[in-house]
Write a protein that binds this ligand. Sequence first.
Ligand SMILES: *[C@@H]1O[C@H](CO)[C@@H](O)[C@H](O)[C@H]1NC(C)=O
Ligand SMILES: [Cu+2]
Ligand SMILES: [Zn+2]
Length: 158
Amino acid sequence: MSSAAVKAVALITGGSNIRGSLNFIQLPDGATRVQGTITGLSPGRHGFHIHALGDTTNGCNSTGPHFNPFKKDHGSPMDSERHAGDLGNIIAGSDGVAKFSIEDNQIPLTGKHSILGRAVVVHADPDDLGKGGHELSKTTGNAGARIGCGIIGLQSSV
Ligand SMILES: *[C@@H]1O[C@H](CO)[C@@H](O)[C@H](O)[C@H]1NC(C)=O
Ligand SMILES: [Cu+2]
Ligand SMILES: [Zn+2]
């Protein structure tokens, strides 16, 4: 059996010049690291999630709800009550660039709950992490429009 790390990649595109490139790697402890850069954002926080479907037929709108194999409510990545796909917010600087590295235990690249073939989505607004008291807080974090997305695809592990 090979011990090479499983890797994946997602190229983000969207309206108003949003572009990005994200790399995923499954670490030996089982967590997945997501790192990359997204440009063309408005400055500030933007909800960032894994959505259930890798379907961009209708742009980012056809990527389905947040990836939620355990049938939980929306939350923060730190909460036990969260969707597996809930990765919180990324933060763009005044130049509109968000550069980040996130490690998370609920987004494996292998096995039954793998995120391969699903989509990563960036939103117009901040994710309230389930705590905003809005009617959408417990489903989407009220993060607004889906302004960029990409399908998570397997990458060479070499
Ligand atoms: C996606 O949905 C939003 C409303 O939430 C709409 O404004 C937008 O035009 C839709 N995009 C596409 C590509 O259908
Ligand atoms: Cu989302
Ligand atoms: Zn969620």
